[in-house]
Design a protein around this ligand. Structure first.
Ligand code: GLU
Length: 503
């Protein structure tokens, strides 16, 4: 391992959004391409937003996707603990350091006082122009601060931002961004109420202590980056500050805004990798896994939401992505989610599967229906239909007739194709296929064609009526393949039954 170290740092506030999965994937690809480390850190300092089960969910999601972490909350490693709630003492040290250097201050303002500030000065923020009018260690005496602390009065620690400084954020995707510090407010770094730092402080301290070399995260964090630069400066860590890369947003299919769970529900695609049941409301949200997406397809499609290799190639295994990925080719503008493309990817990975792998996917459905079948035959069946499906759940609808005789016949097809001589035609076909040796698609085709041609029958009509007999409707793969796999006895039975029943 070299010194390329990246982290995925989710907050366990619910199921992982697919945008978060993409962030993690880009971190993974970036690190692995350069032989670096990929770390999972749980950012759970906001105890109000903690959701039980979310951390386990995150870990399971990456396991399913095949993105393995080198260090993390579930794996340990040399820079642990990897869960922020277990690092309280560490953060406290740096809060104290900032206070003693006069780069932060203690504020006692009550929620009411803050509210008053906002109503009296609607455009103001808690910053250099306002802080001297508020209740904090800059405006009250040392003794009073001591007294308030001693009586256990709740307080927060705020960063003291000097106005009119130029802050440079160097972003690998967006280039050099300059921000004037006067635009920033004195963000809260620590809250006495839960004795925890806020996201900003914990994030910087951890990235520094965990020797993170690159911070690759969603665009929504870009506005926080100048504050983070100031924090690195305040703590004397600017020299070793990680490099930033802020990823484009994942947008709704129409490009109007961020992709949300509601869009997914409305348009029929999941926005979470795995199914999730909200522990409070009991509301269930479906996941890519449960919808029948393959993990390698999800990885592939997510890689392309915001990045492209600059070639025509669209199908990439994880290893190929590692080889090809570069942060320079990540786009600046948002990436629109495209449901049809997502299905296309899954279809491509279905096609890549061997017949026996597809058979494995159909097996649970057959078991549920108490259908047992020879595994070689099942593989043959699956091989015939895999190019017709995107998801395992569609396999049954493409194969049911291999396992069950039709119980009814599609009226429309009957109307269009059936005629008075069909019963006799079918009876003849039934008797002629009895003698086909070996009973395979090739020989069956020769035999049936021969009959139709010598009798000068209508090829389309006969084949359609035979299909009605075998399948019940006008669907399915090659008819001769169906007859071969259904077998002689059962095929003959179905054909005679149709000859008898269809009127
Ligand atoms: N905890 C933040 C999140 O939930 C991490 C942001 C970052 O990567 O700095 O997205």
């Amino acid at each position: 391992m070299n010194n390329i170290r990246v982290r995925f740092a989710p907050s366990p506030t619910g199921p992982l959004h697919i945008g978060g999965v993409r962030t993690a994937l880009y971190n993974y690809l970036f690190a692995k391409k350069q032989g670096g480390s990929f770390i999972l850190r749980i950012e759970d300092t906001d105890s109000n937003r903690f959701v039980p089960g979310a951390e386990e969910y995150i870990i399971e999601a990456f396991k399913w996707l095949g993105l393995e972490f080198d260090e993390g909350v579930h794996k340990g490693g040399p820079y642990g603990p990897y869960k922020q709630s277990e690092r309280k003492e560490i953060y406290k040290r740096y809060v104290d350091e900032l206070l003693s250097k006069d780069l932060a201050y203690i504020a006692f303002d009550t929620p009411e006082e803050l509210e008053k500030m906002r109503t009296e000065h609607p455009n103001a923020q808690y910053d250099a122009s306002m802080r001297m009018q508020m209740c904090n260690s800059l405006t009250i005496s040392k003794d009073e601060v001591e007294m308030r602390l001693q009586t256990g009065e709740p307080f927060v620690v705020r960063i003291k931002i000097e106005p009119e400084q130029e802050i440079h954020v160097k972003d690998l995707i967006r280039g050099d961004i300059k921000v004037n510090s006067s635009l920033l407010d004195d963000k809260v770094l620590y809250k006495s109420a839960d004795q925890l730092p806020t996201y900003h402080l914990a994030n910087i301290v951890d990235d520094h202590l965990m020797k993170i070399s690159h911070v690759i995260r969603g665009e929504e964090w870009l506005p926080s980056a100048p504050l983070h630069v100031l924090l690195y400066r305040a703590l004397g860590w600017e020299e070793t500050m990680p490099q930033f890369a802020h990823l484009p947003l994942l947008l709704r299919p129409d490009g109007n805004g961020k992709l949300s769970k509601r869009d997914g529900d409305r348009l029929g695609f999941p926005v979470f990798p795995l199914e999730w049941t909200d522990p409070k409301s009991g509301e269930k949200s479906t996941g890519y896994r449960e919808m029948g997406y393959f993990p390698d397809a999800v990885v592939n499609l997510l890689a392309f939401l915001g990045w492209n290799p600059g070639t025509e190639q669209e199908l990439f295994s994880l290893e190929e992505l590692v080889q090809t990925f570069s942060i320079e080719r990540v786009s600046k503008s948002g990436a629109k989610f495209d449901l049809e493309k997502a299905k296309w990817y899954n279809h491509q990975y279905m096609l890549k599967k061997s017949p026996s792998e597809v058979a494995e996917l159909l097996m649970p459905i057959l078991k549920e229906k108490h259908i047992s079948i020879d595994s070689t035959k099942l593989s043959q069946i699956c091989d015939l239909v895999k190019d017709r499906v995107n998801f395992p759940s569609e396999l049954w609808d493409q194969t049911f007739f291999f396992f069950q005789a039709p119980t009814s016949y599609d009226e429309k097809v009957v109307k269009k194709r059936w005629s008075a001589e069909m019963p006799n035609v079918l009876k003849t076909v039934a008797s002629r296929i009895q003698n086909v040796q070996p009973f395979d698609a090739e020989k069956l085709e020769v035999e049936i064609k021969n009959y139709i041609e010598t009798e000068q029958l209508n090829m389309g009509q006969v084949m359609n009526c035979l299909r009605l007999a075998m399948v019940g409707t006008a669907m399915g793969p090659h008819l001769h393949d169906i007859i071969e796999l259904v077998g002689k006895e059962e095929s003959v039975r179905r054909i005679l039954k149709a000859a008898e029943e269809i009127k």
